[in-house]
Ligand binder design. Structure first.
Ligand SMILES: Nc1ncnc2c1ncn2[C@@H]1O[C@H](COP(=O)(O)OP(=O)(O)OP(=O)(O)O)[C@@H](O)[C@H]1O
Length: 604
């Protein structure tokens, strides 16, 4: 690395405490994007920064933000109550929190006795309202606000929050913030900020924002581009494996069981897919199909904020064999240095996101490997498609190993054990196909040639769910599995009504019994009813010895549960359990993911 990247050679004189912070962080040299951006942005230029993932863009805007606040405070510009200096906008809560953490790690070195500089996070949570945020903002008087567009807009809408002193705006992952889903909010935010301000746009795929860049009110911006020939960092190896769709999970498990990694992120296309697979993987881990040393976490946008943050923290703090099953909510910006493996079960619908997902590893010159599974056939065209975008993918050949031969049967049995699992599996199937139809490279990811039966089998399903919109494609499908009459993938078909009814009846009887018992107010009668129930269930009167044996067993069980609870409390998996508690609560409140996709076996 060249001497010109030594911090002393930066064409801008940094505050001594900022230099101290950099030294403590152990960053001997600037990254190229920092060397180019800091003098510009701190020196009053608007910037549009295009630099690969993991190249240090965060510090490239955090330092100028701090420098500007210091210089304005030195000029006796005092911020009145209700005013702030800088607004940093990011597309996800996780990324906003991470940016705030970087700011705060600098502020830890800010000299005591000076007028304090503070930051405030503005993201939607289940515990804090916008009013809470405003109250805290008025009390603490932070100069820097970091958050997601929706929450920021609500916050700025409060009449006690004044925008007239805001002199700097940063859009991190700017192309994402300027795409269809965020653009309206972002334009509204920018519309209520003063026009006389500095604006910085940052991303590894900024060009995708196209003309929308000019909707941000940039004034004579400087474009800073680093590494334009290769769209991915050099320390990142990107592989692809061509596999049968129905076998994807088995390839994934083979990799997870056999590949040596510290931290691995696995991307799935939808939130319910993550739910479903996380649940199944838990089952596989209990049945020892997945190595017990693996710590599995799940993270997606339908979970509560607190749970998402905790899961990310736990994943960050688990140092070996940690696996995060997630969606694109964790595709951009997330910086977890030890991630050394990224697996994409499917390519994302937006090819830019492919780079962002891969870029969670191979950051800051560390070696990283990313692997994407492509289904046999037309999807293989994804490789030349990415080459045109300056992304080279190398072929890797994988073999399924150390998994039971009857993997599909194991999955199927697990699905059949519970009606809710079957329903969820069907919804995963439907949401997968809806998502697939949104691929921007529509000529590669075609519904006409999609392997519908393969997807079913990958999900442990055994009959094609009805989806009117794909019926016309079923004749053309390149499926490797035979589809029998009625959409069955197995022969003979299962009598699902029998299996599910048997389970339903059993559960209903149990619930009826409980309801009847609850309705008995007379204690004596209740006791005798309970005795009767015991008798009818066990069909015998217990001997004294049997009772004592049962009591001892119950005691042992209680003790074991207490131990487990204690372990769980001590362990880093705590948030993962929270995830599931919250999921259950979410489902109860009928707010869950699953309400917006519909699918069914017609006769269930
Ligand atoms: N000068 C430096 N020297 C060494 N490491 C650095 C330097 N600056 C930043 N880093 C580290 O590099 C990693 C990546 O930084 P950062 O998250 O800012 O990347 P990014 O360019 O924003 O990536 P993405 O596009 O994925 O958001 C971080 O762990 C950060 O601490």
């Amino acid at each position: 690395m060249t001497e010109s990247l030594l911090w002393n050679n930066l064409k801008y004189e940094l505050q001594p405490w900022i230099r101290t912070a950099i030294d403590v962080m152990g960053f001997e040299r600037m990254t190229p994007v920092q060397a180019s951006t800091i003098p510009m942005l701190a020196g009053n230029k608007d910037v549009v920064v295009d630099s690969v993932t993991g190249s240090g863009k965060t510090i490239a805007f955090v330092i100028p933000v701090l420098e500007k606040i210091i210089s304005e405070q030195a000029n006796n510009v005092k911020f009145k109550k209700g005013h702030f200096h800088t607004l940093i906008i990011a597309p996800t809560r996780e990324l906003s929190k991470q940016i705030q953490a970087v700011i705060d790690s600098f502020l830890d070195h800010y000299p005591e006795g000076l007028y304090p500089i503070r930051s405030k996070l503005l993201v939607g949570t289940n515990t804090r309202t916008v009013r809470d945020d405003v109250a805290q903002f008025l009390d603490d008087r932070p100069q820097i606000l970091v958050g997601t567009p929706g929450r920021i807009l609500d916050f700025l809408g409060n009449p006690t929050v004044k925008t007239s002193s805001c002199s700097m705006v940063i859009l991190d992952e700017a192309d994402r913030l300027l795409d269809g889903s965020f653009l309206g909010d972002v334009e509204n935010i920018l519309g209520i900020l003063p026009k006389q301000r500095r604006t910085g746009l940052f991303s590894a795929t900024i060009n995708s924002a196209g003309e929308n860049i000019f909707k941000t009110g940039l004034r004579n911006p400087i474009k800073i581009t680093v590494n334009s020939k290769q769209s991915a960092p050099q320390s990142l190896n990107i592989d692809y494996a061509v596999v049968k769709l129905e076998k994807k999970l088995e390839y994934l498990l083979t990799l997870l069981n056999n590949y040596k990694f510290k931290k691995c992120i696995v991307y799935f296309p939808t939130c319910i897919f993550v739910n479903y697979i996380y649940n199944f993987f838990q089952h596989l881990q209990k049945s020892k199909v997945i190595e017990s040393k693996l710590s599995i976490f799940s993270l997606h946008g339908k979970l509560q904020t607190s749970s998402r943050m905790k899961t990310l923290d736990s994943f960050t703090q688990t140092f070996d064999n940690a696996i995060l099953l997630t969606t694109d909510v964790a595709a951009r910006g997330i910086d977890i240095p030890d991630v050394d493996l990224v697996i994409q079960v499917d390519p994302p619908t937006d090819s830019d996101v492919f780079l962002h997902r891969c870029g969670r590893t191979g950051r800051a010159n560390r070696i990283g490997k990313a692997i994407v599974f492509l289904s046999e056939g037309r999807e293989e065209d994804f490789v030349p498609f990415m080459k045109v975008k300056n992304v080279e993918l190398q072929r890797t050949d994988l073999k399924i190993s150390n998994l039971p031969n009857n993997f599909y049967d194991i999955f199927k049995t697990w699905v059949l054990e519970d009606r809710a699992r079957l329903d969820l599996g069907i919804k995963v199937y439907v949401s997968f196909i809806r998502n697939y139809s949104k691929h921007s490279a529509g000529s590669i990811f075609r519904l006409q040639s999609f392997d519908y039966a393969g997807l079913c089998k990958m999900l442990g399903l055994f009959r094609l769910p009805r989806m009117p919109e794909i019926t016309k494609h079923l004749n053309e499908t390149t499926s490797s599995s035979k589809i029998y009459e009625g959409g069955w993938l197995i022969d003979p078909p299962l009598d699902l009504n029998q299996i599910l009814l048997r389970r339903r009846e059993k559960r209903k009887n149990r619930l009826d019994d409980l309801k009847n018992l609850k309705a008995i107010n007379d204690k004596k009668k209740l006791k005798s009813e309970l005795k009767k129930k015991n008798m009818s269930w066990s069909n015998k009167t217990d001997s004294k010895e049997a009772k004592a044996g049962r009591r001892a067993k119950a005691q042992l069980k209680r003790k074991a549960i207490e131990e487990q609870l204690k372990l769980a409390n001590d362990s880093s998996n705590e948030s993962e359990e929270e995830d599931w508690k919250e999921l259950v609560l979410q489902k109860k409140r009928k707010k869950g993911v699953i309400t917006d996709v519909q699918g069914s076996f017609d006769d269930l």
